[in-house]
Design a protein around this ligand. Structure first.
Ligand SMILES: [Zn+2]
Length: 134
């Protein structure tokens, strides 16, 4: 009973920062105010909008040329020039873009080697025929 110890003060409970304790309806309102980039015209539009206020295209929709299937389809038509749209794509991550760059460039080389070889064979054939030693 005759203790000389002073009672240790109780530590104060840490105070919650006010900005972490937003009511859910306010958080929902904040979510509504968030901006997203229109994939067609690249302008910032409200996340809640259904259609882009600048170009009228559907918000959240992605042009085919920016998708994975679009990249593959365009490679068949324009070859490695499809990398132009791959790097502008809003739906592909940076790592995906780097991967596709290596993928489509090596695919280009693999296609070019037999093409160059056969061209060389044709040239050899014709030059051989012209000099008369077939
Ligand atoms: Zn737009």
């Amino acid at each position: 009973m005759d203790s000389m110890e002073t009672p240790t003060p109780k530590p104060m409970p840490p105070q919650k920062p006010a900005e972490l304790a937003l009511p859910p309806e306010l958080l929902a309102a904040q979510e509504q105010m968030a901006k997203v980039q229109c994939a067609f015209c690249r302008k910032m539009v409200d996340k809640g909008d259904k259609f882009c206020r600048y170009c009228g295209k559907e918000v959240g929709k992605v042009p085919f040329r920016f998708t994975h299937a679009g990249a593959a389809g365009m490679f068949l038509v324009i070859g490695p020039l499809n990398l132009f749209w791959i790097w502008r794509s809003p739906v592909m991550s940076r790592n995906t873009k780097i991967f596709y760059t290596f993928f489509y460039l090596s695919l280009t080389v693999m296609v070019l080697i037999p093409v160059v070889k056969s061209l060389k064979a044709i040239i050899d054939l014709y030059s051989g025929a012209l000099s008369g030693n077939l």
